[in-house]
Ligand binder design. Structure first.
Ligand code: DHB
Ligand code: FE
Length: 453
């Protein structure tokens, strides 16, 4: 991966990053189980038997049995998790830290009393010098040439009843046919332009996240995302395959770009994510995989404060920088989902504002920076309380090539391939756009196309 990891050269130090986390996932989760007294008692009674309940490698099991914390760390353990093993045996943090240094407990304690380990001889250059003496000098390999391209962005409502209509074979009924007709072109186009990865912006609807934890922006860094049971049983669609390596790269790039994403390795995905997949890829039995990988990007639009449009738009621009700095030539699409106008609550439920919705679509296409400045209250007042989902569309729009990093005009262009609007689906106005992305020096894209329809 393209991730810059200068921290690998800090001597005697392992930084717990996405690679380490993936390596040590089950080891660290085993450690967490020791937070419960019953589990500690079972572990102490028969360590091997307890360890066999966890998906650990033989090396990881042995490292735990040996209480070899250095080896546990090499195998993906993190010290805050591993400390639960030490705590189970009554060890202090000082005893645990000392056990990794090759010193006796007394020697380590004395070193700390004498002012601690010296920084002299413990800098990056010391580790590099030691490595050159050991292995000789190797020039850094040249940077890889191939990077992902964002080929398109897709925008769509994600009404759960649309998924139910597909799952229950009702798509030919007149009520639903009027909705699905608007996606026919898109399905054909998608079949001809299937991406390798979709970064799918959606909101979780009290499914993976409840009031226990309310992250503003979430990136799914895990390998699989099961289809959630939202109370009706899980939808009969395939589970979602992630792209942990690409997601870890995006997380690093975005977090270092000051977007404080929450990293989620395990999460069930709800209708917000699966209905757009069904709309764009059509019916698919659970055992036939979706045709591409999906990186979930969830946004809190449930409990206020929710991020404003300008923040979402800026995240989209940062997302493009992050995508384009990865070192595999992937075809990537960004999808923005939710909306359009709908209100699911209270005496104003059923609110639809066609004029506002269509002005939103116009502005999203030709003046996204202006739309990004529109405040929450305008969405709620004009498009209904759940119409606030539309701020998520600005993330996908911000990633397009006609927008510069600073939000001004970009060097590339964006072309409207498809636009659809229909009322109603359940309580909602359905809106749908497909925008092709023509990067500035993209030879495949042909002549620059206008941003207007
Ligand atoms: C509906 C729409 C949504 O976006 C949603 O998340 C739940 C329900 C609806 O119109 O029924
Ligand atoms: Fe929704």
């Amino acid at each position: 991966m393209t991730m810059d990891k200068p921290y690998l050269d800090v001597p005697g130090t392992t930084i717990f990053d996405a690679d380490q986390s993936a390596k040590g996932y089950h080891l660290n989760q085993f450690c967490m189980s020791l937070m419960k007294p019953d589990n500690r008692a079972r572990f102490i009674a028969d360590q091997s038997a307890y360890l066999d309940e966890w998906e650990l490698s033989p090396e990881q099991k042995q490292a735990v049995l040996d209480l070899d914390l250095n080896e546990c760390i090499r195998l993906g353990g993190n010290i805050y998790f591993l400390s639960k093993i030490g705590a189970t045996f009554g060890l202090s943090f000082q005893q645990m830290a000392g056990s990794m240094t090759g010193m006796t407990e007394a020697e380590y304690r004395d070193m700390m009393l004498a002012g601690g380990r010296s920084i002299e001889g413990n800098r990056i250059r010391d580790a590099l010098a030691a490595r050159i003496v050991e292995q000789g000098y190797a020039a850094p390999s040249p940077a890889a040439e191939a990077h992902p391209t964002i080929s398109a962005s897709v925008y769509t409502s994600h009404v759960p009843a649309i998924g139910a209509a597909m799952d229950l074979g009702k798509t030919e009924e007149p009520y639903w046919k009027a909705v699905f007709d608007g996606y026919e072109w898109s399905r054909q186009w998608m079949a001809d332009n299937t991406p390798d990865v979709v970064i799918l912006v959606y909101n979780d609807h009290a499914t993976a996240f409840d009031l226990h934890l309310i992250p503003t922006f979430v990136i799914g860094t895990g390998p699989h995302f099961p289809v959630a049971d939202e109370g009706y049983g899980p939808r009969p669609v395939p589970p979602v395959e992630g792209d942990p390596d690409f997601a870890a790269h995006l997380a690093q790039a975005l977090i270092l770009d000051d977007f404080d994403l929450t990293l989620v390795n395990e999460m069930a995905v709800d209708h917000g994510l699966t209905v757009p997949l069904s709309l764009m890829f059509g019916e698919r039995p659970p055992d036939e995989p979706w045709p591409c990988k999906v990186i979930p990007l969830a946004v809190n639009v449930v409990q206020y404060p929710v991020p404003h449009g300008a923040r979402c738009y800026a995240l989209g621009r940062a997302l493009r920088r992050a995508v384009e700095s990865y070192d595999k030539p992937l075809r990537v699409q960004i999808w923005g989902t939710g909306g359009m106008s709908h209100q699911l609550q209270g005496p104003r439920a059923g609110l639809i504002n066609r004029e506002w919705d269509n002005a939103f679509l116009d502005r999203l296409i030709s003046d996204p920076a202006g739309q990004a400045e529109v405040g929450h209250l305008n969405y709620v007042e004009e498009a209904g309380s759940e119409g606030i989902e539309l701020v998520m569309w600005l993330i996908a729009r911000g990633a397009m090539a006609d927008i510069a990093d600073d939000g001004g005009p970009g060097a590339g262009t964006t072309e409207v391939l498809h636009r659809f609007y229909h009322v109603p689906a359940s309580n909602t106005a359905v809106g749908h756009l497909v925008l092709a992305n023509h990067a500035a020096q993209d030879p495949a894209s042909g002549p620059a196309a206008p941003t207007q329809e």
